[in-house]
Each structure stands twice: as C-alpha cells, then as structure tokens.
Design a protein around this ligand. Structure first.
Ligand code: CTP
Length: 402
C-alpha cells in the first residue's frame, strides 16, 4: 500500500518528536519515500542528522535558505508528494494552519500544498482542552485536514490527560487510510441523508428525534473518499460538513424529501437520517400561548423517503440502502422493514439506550441484503461507514459487469 508513495513529514516542536524517528523508519520499511521538514522547535528535540540518516534524504528547515530554495522551492516541496503528515503537530503549528499563517518553512509548505494533510497533535492536556485549540481544530476539520490522536495518558510534562501523540503504528494506519489510493466510486453519484428532521409546532417549538448525524455524515465522507460525487441532505446537527461533499441543509421531512428528489439521478442512495414519521397537521403561525392550556396536536404521516426512492421507477438508484433503528427484535424487524420499503439493503442498529448508539461514536450493526443477514462486530461509526462504502463500491462494480 505504501510502496512507492511519497510523504512529506513535518516535525514540529514537542517531546513526541522522538516518535517521529520511529515513524520514518516504519514508513521506509514499507517502501515509502519520506522527505522531512524540521521546524525550529522540532530541531530542539531531534537533530537534523538523525532525521536525515533515517529518511535517507536532505532535511529542510530554513524558509529563506538560498540552497534549499535553489534545490527545491517550498512550493515544490509541498506538492511533489502524495500526502503531507504533521507529527508532532504542536498547538502553535495547528493555530498557524487554522489562521493560514506562513512565516516559516513548515507553515509555508502547509499553506502551499494541494495534497491531503494529516496531523498528529501532541501537547499538554490543558493546551489541548483550551477553547482556542478546539476552535482551531474545528476550522482545520472543516478545511478537510485529517487527524489522528491525541491519546490520553501520562504526559511528558508530568500531568495526565489527553494530549499524547498517537503511536507510530496508529499514525501509519491513518497514513494508509488518508493516501489517495484506489477510487472505486470514481464517476459514481451518491445521495446520503443524515441527522434528524424537525417538524414545527409553532415558530419556536418542534418535534424531532435524538439522531446526532454522526453515522450519516461518516458515510457521506467515506463515499467521497472513495471518489463518489456525494450530495448529503442533512437535518440540523452539530456535525461539521465532510470534506468534498455537497451539503444541503433542511429542517423538515418534506424539505428532505424535496432535496432528495432534486439530487436524483444517483447510483446509490443511503438513507441514514432519522426522519420524523409524523408532522403537525397545522403548524401555528404564531407562538402558542400557555393560557389556552396544552394544545391538541393533530399529527399526520410524513412521506417515506426511503420507500419513495426505492419505488422511483426509472429514476430509482441502482442501490438503495436504508437504516433500521430498532429497540427490540432488531433483525426480525429490520428484515420486515427491508421488504416493506422495497430497498436493497438495510443496516440494522439497536438504538436502545443501553447500547449508547444514539449520539455515540460506536455502532454494532447487521447488514441485511437479499442474500441474508451479516453480523458486523462493534466498531466506530467511521469504520462502519468505511466498510459500507467499500461494499457499495463492490456492488456497483458487480452491477456494471453483470
Ligand atoms: N425513512 C425515510 N422517511 C421516513 C421515515 C423513515 O426515509 N419518513 C427511512 C430512514 O432514513 C431509514 C428507514 O426509513 O433509512 C427506516 O427508518 P426507521 O425509523 O427505522 O423506521 P420507520 O419507517 O420510521 O418505521 P418504525 O418507526 O415503525 O420502526
């Protein structure tokens, strides 16, 4: 996987810089070429000589060094690679990246690159928890910067908490994931629904569900990483927009339905949203006052978007995937749901409070297809998304060859 790949490794200041030497060794063992930029802070912790010896290449450190500029401009330095990795990424360098500053070689290369960037933060736990760092990370995430770690544990400064750089093995796995590799969904169009919907009672109140949008957003991101042209139709969530995805924000089920129709034709539709089954028949145009006593709400059923996409005739996506949120008889109910809605696959998850699925980061699902029921081990929602996207790619390739 890494054979022949080129990595630009930026080592910024921090005690974790010593782990980057191990990272260089492992990358080279796997056949990757590693060119390193050592920031002034980084050079306080590891020597240019050790970095050069391990990488087998010249180490770059000075923005205005004439020799560096004549041999390799900082723009070329940041572009003649497949991936830029920042490990360790100090709080200071993350702040510079978020602000778009370019006052040394590391930050200039990061601003000039057109390649994916993966950061492995390392810092004191208080610095990691600081609202400024959190804000910078949100900005970087929205810019499409990938991240691995940090981990919790004993920190070099004697304190405990989150802030320890991820181990080289973890960073290696993240590098393999981040490398632009095969794009098996290249040329395919995907529609993903995510999050809850809100059905207005009056201008201030609504009916909704506990969906966080984490699973749906992760699926949109995973499909985009495999090369699909993705439209994500999402109800209100606090999830950041996934990189490289067209996001259509809606509130009600009716708006979600209309946005999905608009996104057609697509090759695959994945309905991960927790669509409200009912809406208020006549939402009030003004705030309902308490003096009249509790209002009597008449509810009417919303259109079923998944069922509608499954029955869209010649506009039907090649593959329609639904979710089933169940709290009992998970598989039995999900199998029945697949038949009732006319979709191809159902991803069934147990959303009972004891599972922590709703709003949590992990999921244990069953994939129900025409061929039967597959039980997937519990994993992160991101991993469920990767695996599902890979299965979608396989299925579409088989459908094309059939
Ligand atoms: N769904 C949809 N439109 C709706 C309701 C649900 O597209 N109006 C989709 C969801 O996105 C999900 C699937 O249908 O992919 C199943 O949703 P779920 O809430 O599990 O089932 P319901 O159809 O609501 O049935 P029930 O509430 O009886 O379990």
């Amino acid at each position: 996987m890494l054979d022949g790949k080129r990595i630009l490794l930026i080592i910024s200041g921090g005690i974790a810089a010593y782990k980057s030497l191990e990272l260089i060794r492992r990358l080279r063992e796997r056949g990757a070429g590693v060119r390193c930029v050592l920031s002034a802070g980084g050079a306080e912790f590891v020597t240019p000589l050790s970095v050069a010896s391990l990488s087998g290449e010249k180490v770059y450190s000075e923005l205005f060094s004439l020799t560096d500029e004549s041999e390799m401009g900082h723009i070329r330095l940041s572009r003649e690679v497949d991936l830029v990795v920042v490990a360790p990424a100090s709080a200071d360098l993350l702040a510079k990246m978020a602000a778009g500053l370019a006052d040394d070689l590391a930050s200039t290369a990061l601003l000039a690159t057109d390649k994916p960037v993966l950061v492995a933060p390392a810092m004191n736990a208080r610095m990691w928890e600081h609202p400024a760092t959190k804000r910078n990370l949100r900005t970087l995430e929205a810019d499409g910067v990938l991240r691995v770690g940090p981990e919790a544990g004993d920190l070099a400064c004697g304190e405990e908490g989150e802030g320890r750089m991820a181990e080289p093995a973890q960073i290696l796995a993240a590098i393999e994931q981040a490398l632009p590799g095969e794009r098996p969904l290249g040329g395919k169009r995907a529609l993903v629904t995510s999050g809850p919907t809100q059905e207005a009672i009056d201008p201030v109140r609504y009916i909704s569900s506990r969906s966080s949008g984490k699973q749906g957003h992760a699926i949109a991101a995973a499909c985009a990483r495999l090369g699909a042209d993705v439209t994500l139709v999402s109800g209100p969530t606090s999830q950041p927009d996934p990189a490289g995805v067209r996001v259509v924000r809606i509130e009600s089920a009716a708006e979600m339905h209309a946005a999905c129709e608009q996104a057609l034709p697509v090759d695959v539709a994945v309905c991960a949203a927790a669509v409200a089954d009912w809406r208020v028949a006549r939402p009030r145009g003004h705030k309902v006052k308490k003096d009249g006593g509790p209002p009597k709400l008449e509810l009417v059923e919303n259109a079923d978007i998944l069922a509608a996409l499954s029955a869209a005739g010649n506009r039907r996506p090649t593959l329609v995937v639904g979710f089933a949120a169940e709290t009992e008889k998970v598989v039995k109910n999900a199998v029945a749901k697949r038949a009732r809605k006319g979709c191809d696959w159902i991803v069934a998850n147990d959303v009972s409070p004891r599972t922590g699925t709703l709003g949590g980061d992990r999921n244990a699902v069953h994939l129900i297809t025409a061929d039967g029921v597959e039980r997937w081990p519990e994993m992160s929602k991101a991993a469920v998304a990767e695996r599902l996207a890979a299965r979608v790619a396989e299925h579409l390739a088989a459908a094309r060859d059939a």
